[in-house]
Design a binder for this molecule. Structure first.
Ligand code: FAD
Length: 474
């Protein structure tokens, strides 16, 4: 009798692709580009996870999600349990699943990445969050008894929302004060609808509201009331006011008409719905040749927005090479597919206007890469005599942002660093003032959603310890 060899287990190594709108469809609309995994695809992708005994993916997550835990629930088909697992440490899964740079965090440390492609952790997180929304369910964590202690949060961005979520669950009374008329911070006014639908941001804000968090919009802390005035009514304050102060290149011509900071450009389109003018009252120019200066996510978002507003040619002007582009690889690929032209190793040196003060041309220099600089990236060096002039009727500057200065300026005793950020103790997020905490972009300068959320978690734990030492007032 011949012995049959045991069948070798064939590892299913292929990462499941995410369905997307085709480039020719999506350049004509502002709808979301990536369409999400259907359930069958999500289960197939989740089944690739090796369920490592000592998972490395967890270590790459700033908010400490139990990644193998929620993936296992997907394989088992228990999606509700999967959502609950994520929400233990992350109140914004539909957002993180869409915009987190997973390739630099959890997916970077996935062991499958060594041989083939890592598990699509972000897409699976998004799948669970979207499944919960579509099922009309809201998984709510267990809430601690009320303590009677009151916390004020400045800013309803990801940092502020995370602190609110954690502190309300721990039994404290939480009030958010937000300067704009909508909550979400950059998620609402910066990241475009085609990458992060605003209905999703609203849903996640509504979720923390449903837990009992009070929110006051159109309330500019530092103007409407100072931090010190709020401290008369609250036991502790968390400042999550972000980094919305745009940098400019400081070259001639930046004050010409038709030259925007990316902040203004994206806010007009995302928050004020300029692309639906006159239905909405904030117009936005629809130029034919647009230059976007920069190479990060903000630059990609601006360039892709200009494409959708109907520009004939959109150029992304970046002083280093493609390898150094700081934007997420997926967004670079999307921009390329949508026809954005990448003018790499190019540095603008002058903006030139017409007789009416409108931008008409941009003078640039060609660059080459030299030795690595302090950031470890090769330094761009101008090629002498390589100046050239290109015609543009709009220029969007997307080269970075500094922390918003209002709270630092109006709060005596708050230590500030050279870049304008609030100084905190990293382990507690505590500032130089004993009852004030801070986190997110107001501390780090322009960073990421998940790092803002990670700071929020650290701050919430520290604020909770502080309040418990004061004792319950309930
Ligand atoms: P913010 O999101 O800036 O929120 C701060 C909030 O505070 C705002 O709502 C603001 O109105 C409010 N505020 C400010 N001052 C006051 C005041 N005085 N009183 C009351 N309220 C105040 N990160 C990623 O991880 N992935 C991405 O793909 C990505 N893309 C981006 C695209 C763009 C266009 C931009 C601009 C940023 C992007 N980022 C991305 C960065 C990310 O959005 C930020 O790092 C993150 O939002 C920071 O969160 P935050 O809560 O610290 O601040």
């Amino acid at each position: 009798m011949s012995e049959t060899k045991p069948e070798k287990k064939i590892l299913d190594l292929a990462r499941r692709a995410m369905p997307k709108q085709t480039p020719w469809e999506r350049v004509k609309n502002f709808d979301e580009v990536a369409l999400g995994y259907p359930a069958e695809t999500a289960v197939g992708e989740a089944a690739r996870c090796l369920q490592c005994k000592k998972p490395l993916c967890n270590q790459g997550c700033p908010v400490g999600i139990d990644i193998p835990g929620f993936i296992r629930r997907i394989v088992e088909g228990d999606f509700a349990a999967g959502v609950k697992k994520i929400k233990k440490t992350n109140a914004l899964p539909a957002i993180c699943g869409r915009v987190c740079p997973q390739e630099e965090q959890c997916e970077k440390t996935c062991v499958l990445g060594n041989k083939r492609s890592p598990i699509a952790i972000g897409r699976l997180e998004r799948f669970l969050a979207d499944w919960e929304a579509a099922a009309g369910r809201t998984e709510v964590p267990d809430m601690a008894p009320k303590t009677g202690r009151k916390v004020a949060i400045v800013g309803a961005g990801p940092a502020g929302i995370t602190v609110s979520n954690d502190l309300i669950i721990l039994g404290h009374d939480v009030t958010i004060f937000e300067a704009l008329h909508e909550c979400g911070g950059v998620l609402m006014y910066g990241i475009p609808e085609f990458r992060l639908p605003k209905a999703i941001v609203n849903r996640e804000v509504d979720y923390v509201r449903s837990l009992g968090v009070k929110i006051f919009t159109d309330f500019v802390v530092g103007k409407t009331r100072t931090v010190d005035r709020l401290l008369q009514d609250f036991d502790a304050i968390f400042v999550g006011s972000g980094a919305g102060l745009p940098w400019f290149m400081e070259i001639p011509g930046e004050n010409l008409n038709g030259v925007y900071s990316a902040n203004e450009y994206l806010t007009r389109v995302n928050l004020m719905k300029g692309f639906r003018f006159p239905e909405y009252k904030t117009p936005v120019k629809r130029p034919s040749r647009v230059a976007v200066v920069g190479g990060g996510n903000v630059a990609m978002d601006s360039a892709r927005t200009a494409v959708r507003l109907g520009a004939d040619e959109v150029h992304l002007v970046y002083r280093r090479s493609k390898a150094e582009l700081p934007a997420r690889a997926e967004e670079v690929e999307n921009a390329e597919e949508e026809g954005v032209i990448f003018d790499l190793l190019t540095l603008p040196v002058r903006l030139i206007g017409d007789a009416n003060g409108w931008i008409k041309e941009m003078e640039c220099l060609r660059m080459e890469l030299g030795e690595p600089d302090a950031s470890g990236r090769r330094r761009p060096v101008p090629v002498e005599g390589s100046n050239f002039i290109a015609r543009f009727d709009a220029v969007v500057i997307a080269i970075g942002n500094s922390p918003n200065p209002l709270i630092p300026m109006t709060t005596p005793g708050l230590e500030i660093n050279k870049k304008g950020g609030i100084v905190t103790v990293p382990e507690t997020a505590q500032t130089s003032r004993p009852n004030i905490w801070a986190g997110g972009d107001i501390v780090r300068g322009a960073a990421t959603v998940i790092s803002a959320m990670g700071d929020g978690r650290v701050a919430a734990a520290s604020i909770h310890r502080y309040l418990m030492n004061l004792g319950s007032k309930a």
